[in-house]
Design a binder for this molecule. Structure first.
Ligand SMILES: C/C1=C2N=C(/C=C3N=C(/C(C)=C4\N[C@@](C)([C@@H]5N=C1[C@](C)(CCC(=O)O)[C@H]5CC(=O)O)[C@@](C)(CC(=O)O)[C@@H]4CCC(=O)O)[C@@](C)(CC(=O)O)[C@@H]\3CCC(=O)O)C(C)(C)[C@@H]/2CCC(=O)O
Length: 226
């Protein structure tokens, strides 16, 4: 029996305002967001040159507590900024990371490279008995020396990068490690943070991560303007 007080199907439950009250100016939204993050996030334990990077990573995920879970080598800010200014390519594990990099922020019109969709990758993955994300790194070899690596999705890509370096591949200038999820993400970032080659790194510990965080880290390191 229909409730006589219920609105008829399709009728709005409450009147819809003609105009909602929200900020419409993009720059004002960013400024307000960053002000809220600086008010709420604990940043004091971070080196001065990573605080703006942390703010942008937090902004990408909406998680202020991320600041407390950042893993980093003290030299990563300088290493990544210097490499980017010198024109280093940015090597991304996923197209989502590559697409998130704001080209206008890049100091040297840096190449942004993601090899995941290369037609050679599925066969490589089969030969190497691994994921496409990991196998795609085989195509990074000519670009690896002095690059900035941004991993935002695949734990297997971060593990494979460390295995390539252990086997003698050239070292990147800095590794931004933000693989996400429940299988291998925490472990791959622990491996990065304890790498025996003193590779400069920035990562977020545990299951947290994602392409947006990785792209945000690149964007922050590429340009100091908010
Ligand atoms: C196991 C995988 C995981 N993927 C996750 C999260 C997301 N992945 C998205 C998309 C669209 C893609 N993921 C692939 C990279 C794909 N994902 C995997 C793999 C099976 C293995 C990676 C690994 O474990 O290291 C991987 C395929 C592979 O063989 O490498 C993707 C290539 C799959 C595809 O579309 O073919 C694709 C990447 C596309 C790109 O280039 O950008 C999601 C958007 C899925 C969704 O929600 O629909 C999401 C994005 C997360 C992000 O921020 O990047 C996990 C959670 C990382 C998961 C691994 C761990 C787990 O706990 O399951």
């Amino acid at each position: 029996m229909p409730n006589p007080e219920s609105p008829s199907p399709g009728a709005p439950l409450s009147p819809v305002p003609a105009r909602y009250d929200y900020i419409r100016d993009g720059a004002a939204i960013y400024a307000r967001s960053f002000a809220i993050i600086r008010e709420e996030a604990k940043l004091d334990h971070l080196p001065e040159d990573l605080r703006a990077v942390a703010v942008r990573i937090i902004h990408a995920a909406g998680l202020v507590e991320t600041a407390e879970h950042l893993l980093f080598s003290p030299d990563v800010g300088t290493a990544a900024r210097n490499a980017l200014r010198a024109g280093a390519p940015i090597l991304c594990d996923a197209q989502m990371v590559a697409h998130g990099v704001t080209r206008a922020r890049l100091p040297a019109d840096n190449a942004v490279i993601c090899t995941l969709s290369d037609p050679a990758v599925p066969a490589l993955a089969q030969d190497l008995a691994t994921t496409r994300s990991a196998a795609a790194l085989e195509l990074w070899r000519p670009h690896l020396a002095g690059s900035v690596v941004a991993i935002g999705n695949a734990p297997t890509a971060l593990f494979y990068l460390l295995e390539m370096i252990a086997a003698g591949a050239p070292c990147p200038a800095a590794i931004l490690g933000f693989p996400v999820g429940f299988v291998g993400a925490a472990e791959s970032k622990d491996a990065l943070a304890t790498n025996p080659w003193n590779l400069p790194y920035l990562a977020v510990a545990g299951r947290r991560g994602g392409s947006a965080m990785a792209a945000a880290a690149v964007n922050a390191l590429a340009s100091d303007r908010e």
